[in-house]
Write a protein that binds this ligand. Structure first.
Ligand code: ADP
Length: 855
């Protein structure tokens, strides 16, 4: 390879240090990318790939204009890439040799601070993990708001899964060893960072937990290394204390649809969507966080509920409060921008307008009693900052901080004199127009300005003969001539000078003000936190009023009693008044319900409803019921079949067993467990046996509140054997051969399954329905049925009867696979199998048998 130009040598030197990122290399008005970066970026961004240089040395190159770079950066970051922004660090006009360049910041998926990648309602997290022998430490930061949560958890797959599936997670920072364990796809992982918290950031974590220190340390080093700035807005880490929160695993959160609906994965159709009447973006983010982490501390919960009551009791004040909140901008992210140095005057005006609302909000809260006043008192006023910003900036400053016109008159004397000079100049110019018109008699004479020729006097071609001698021609147009005079040139330089000076001075003043604002970052953040909480609480009160929610009461004795309770999201999807409210009662004497009833009757809705109401109560909201007495749940587990299991590639049955195992292992007496049709994924006998064993286990060992729905009617006899288990059923009635769902939950077991009726509802061909009904009748008369009331057997046997031709074939294949099977069983190292591996094996065999039968 022949010798590279000095600039390309510079490029290689810088690229060497940023192998894992696209290097955006600033050349004039463009960021250029070279070599592999260029080839890949051209493809990803669909931009033209060109070449720089000639012959063999020609480098593949592509570029994006500096002013529209943000768009391209967003697109790359969204796809998980990193971008190193390399700027010219000296003025090219005065540079000797190659202009100095340096990487000023590396933008990574978790450190985007601007543009469309940042969603107002969503936090964007970067996570760091430190994996110990039995435990893991983690630190999770949202750089745009400066918040960090740290914690220690068990080092299990479930905890790992929970952390890695947090909403808004964009990037993970781990060391090499941990990295190889992580099943993370589509997320960047960064390694090789020191694990000590940098000394100037020591105040950000005051604990001693080594796993947290190393996780947070690595994260802080990574942020400093990539962002290359002070990060003054980083707030002290908040340690997540498990004991203070209700825990829900990823599956449960998804299944209860608390943040997003299952099908469309949208906010609407979720609890979050239902309760979001917040007025600020930070309020909406706070709400989301609260929903993700319900509380397990009665006094904290009651403090929130108390505020909801206050807002419900004072609708007029609430209205005024909402109006004030409406004027509050995203203070958290504004504080981040101030720290980052990418805030502009317009945003500082937004900051000022937001701060102006604070005294009003405080005053209002002080009128609403002691607890509201407590909230109010804690909102930082930042009064001197508000005064500064009010005095400094005009109401609608330009977006660019290099443009004059940001700073108010009266803020700076020097600036005022420059301004006066330009103002005077402008008056002088308009006077000049008048005097020259009179002097020359040219009625159409005009004073104008353009960037190339400066100020000029314009005269139409028709009046050209009237132009006096001392006019100097500057420019000829089709219809007019433009002239200058000495006088005009003098004034021009005065005005332009003053304008230049004005711009420079305004920029300097802006930087000074910004620095001053930086000192208030912690105060702004404090105000943001309190305001966002107030916003969520007023939002709860609006939802509670609109949707007729009731204040929940908490039972010391662990009682759960709901009267006329509803599922708040399902209720919204059906016509008003159609939702059938239901009661539930659980206590120490009766903590397990076995729920039977036909498909589509409302079993899983009923179960979810109980969980949903518990979540709502523990985030501090009112709940959809006429009366609600609840225990505090430390955890909620759900195993509810969902469509997305299929997509995840694991077998439904396997997922079911893993989830159940987790619940059995973790559920305490204070937990809520929902198991929906456990055992459905396997054959009838297996399924029923497993279901029974699981019920017995929970009843004896976990002793937690449990709702278990099943279509195995046989299981209802368990009521006689297990003291705290009760049968309930969702009522359905038959009328003229059609099933009518009453959605009413009543004591006792269901009488039958109505499977065929449901098939009818699903519009199966009449032929199939008729045949099935006929077969069912036959079966009911013969001895064929293994057990009475065994509707599932009925259904299975039905299908066998319908395919007599296949029986022979099945026998043959069953025989062949049996010998293979025997071999495999013989070779199995049973003592070294984990229960899960054993289940996997059983599942595999079952699939083989099914496959061979089908094929
Ligand atoms: P299952 O679990 O018994 O198969 P689901 O709980 O999925 O039944 O309920 C089926 C449908 O019935 C729901 O989508 C909902 O529209 C309706 N539904 C359930 N419970 C009620 C209720 N209490 N009131 C009115 N409609 C209900």
């Amino acid at each position: 390879m022949s010798k590279q130009t000095p600039m390309m040598q510079q490029y290689f030197r810088i690229k060497e240090e940023h192998q894992d990122a696209f290097l955006f290399f600033r050349l004039g008005d463009f960021y250029e990318l070279f070599y592999d970066d260029a080839v890949l970026a051209a493809r990803v961004l669909e931009i033209t790939l060109t070449k720089r240089g000639k012959g063999d040395d020609a480098a593949p190159m592509c570029g994006v204009p500096y002013h529209s770079a943000e768009n391209y950066i967003t697109r790359l970051v969204e796809q998980g890439y990193k971008i190193a922004i390399c700027e010219q660090t000296e003025d090219p006009a005065t540079a000797k040799g190659v202009v100095k360049r340096d990487v000023v910041r590396v933008i990574t998926p978790g450190t985007v601070m601007e543009g469309k990648a940042i969603q107002a309602e969503e936090n964007q997290y970067i996570l760091s993990l430190s994996i110990g022998i039995a435990q893991m430490g983690y630190a999770r930061t949202d750089l745009s708001t400066g918040e960090t949560e740290v914690g220690v958890t068990d080092r299990g797959d479930h905890e790992m899964h929970r952390l890695l599936h947090m909403d808004g997670l964009k990037e993970v920072v781990v060391d090499e060893a941990a990295g190889s364990h992580l099943p993370v796809v589509g997320m960047t992982m960064s390694t090789e960072m020191k694990e000590e918290i940098p000394s100037h950031m020591d105040h950000l974590y005051d604990g001693n937990e080594p796993l947290i220190r190393s996780a947070f340390g690595r994260l802080l080093n990574y942020l400093t290394h990539t962002q290359k700035r002070s990060l003054q807005h980083m707030q002290p880490a908040v340690t997540h204390i498990h004991q203070q929160h209700m825990q829900m695993d990823v599956h449960t959160r998804k299944n209860l649809e608390i943040i997003a609906s299952l099908r469309e994965r949208t906010k609407s159709g979720s609890l979050y969507g239902l309760l979001d009447f917040t007025k600020t973006a930070m309020g909406s983010r706070r709400l989301r966080k609260w929903i993700e982490q319900p509380l397990y501390d009665q006094s904290q919960i009651e403090a929130r509920i108390q505020m909801v009551s206050v807002f419900l009791d004072n609708p007029i004040e609430r209205r005024t409060l909402q109006e004030a909140l409406q004027q509050v901008y995203d203070l958290e992210r504004l504080a981040g921008k101030v720290a980052y140095g990418n805030v502009n005057a317009r945003e500082l005006v937004q900051l000022r307008k937001s701060l102006q609302q604070v005294p009003g909000i405080r005053a209002l809260l002080s009128q609403l009693g002691e607890s509201a006043n407590e909230y109010g008192k804690n909102i930082e006023e930042c009064a001197p900052l508000e005064v500064l910003l009010r005095e400094a900036f005009v109401d609608e400053p330009p977006i660019s901080i290099k443009e004059a016109g940001m700073i108010s008159a009266g803020y700076n004397e020097q600036l005022d004199t420059y301004r006066e000079a330009t103002e005077n100049g402008k008056t002088w110019l308009s006077d000049l127009e008048k005097t020259e018109r009179e002097r020359t008699g040219i009625k159409t004479l005009k004073v104008g300005y353009n960037r190339v020729f400066g100020f000029y006097l314009e005269v139409s071609k028709g009046s050209a003969h009237l132009v006096p001698e001392q006019y100097e021609r500057r420019q000829t147009l089709t219809n007019a001539e433009r002239f200058a005079t000495n006088e005009l040139k003098e004034m021009e330089s005065k005005i332009l000078n003053a304008e230049d000076q004005m711009e420079t001075l305004e920029y300097e003043l802006f930087l000074q003000i910004r620095e001053e604002v930086q000192r208030y970052i912690p105060n702004i953040q404090q105000a943001a936190k309190m305001i966002s909480e107030i916003d969520v609480l007023q939002s709860f009160s609006v939802a509670s009023e609109e949707k007729r929610f009731t204040k929940p009461l908490f039972s010391e004795a662990g009682e759960l009693r709901l009267e006329r309770s509803r599922h708040p999201v399902v209720e919204e999807t059906i016509p008003v008044g159609d939702y059938v409210p239901n009661d539930i009662h659980l206590d120490g004497e009766r903590d397990m319900l076995l729920i039977t009833g036909p498909n589509m009757a409302g079993k899983s809705t009923y179960m979810r409803q109980v969980a949903m109401i518990s979540v709502m109560a523990q985030i501090g909201c009112y709940v959809p019921a006429d009366l609600a007495v609840l225990p505090l749940f430390d955890r909620i587990f759900t195993r509810i079949g969902a469509a997305d299991d299929l997509a995840s590639g694991q077998s439904t049955f396997m997922v079911e067993m893993v989830e159940t195992e987790y619940a059995l292992q973790q559920a305490s007496a204070n937990s809520l467990v929902l198991l929906d049709e456990i055992g459905r994924g396997t054959s009838t006998y297996d399924g029923m046996a497993l279901a029974q064993a699981i019920i017995e286990y929970i009843h004896e060992k976990n002793q937690c509140k449990t709702l278990f729905s099943t279509h195995y009617h046989e299981l209802t006899i368990l009521e006689e054997q297990l003291g705290r288990l009760k049968n309930v059923h969702v009522r359905a009635e038959e009328e003229d051969g059609n099933v009518i769902f009453l959605h009413k939950v009543e004591d006792g077991k269901a009488d039958r399954s109505y499977g065929i009726h449901v098939a009818k509802l699903a519009n199966l061909p009449d032929q199939v329905i008729d045949r099935a009904e006929h077969l069912l009748q036959e079966l009911e008369q013969t001895e064929h049925r293994p057990t009475r009331h065994s509707s599932v057997h009925e259904q299975l046997v039905l299908f066998e009867e319908m395919e007599p031709a296949s029986t022979k074939k099945r026998d043959k294949t069953a025989k062949r696979s049996k010998s293979e099977f025997e071999q495999e069983v013989q070779q199995l190292d049973v003592l070294n199998l984990s229960p899960i591996q054993a289940l996997e094996k059983i599942y595999e065999w079952q699939r083989k048998i099914n496959d061979s039968e089908r094929g």
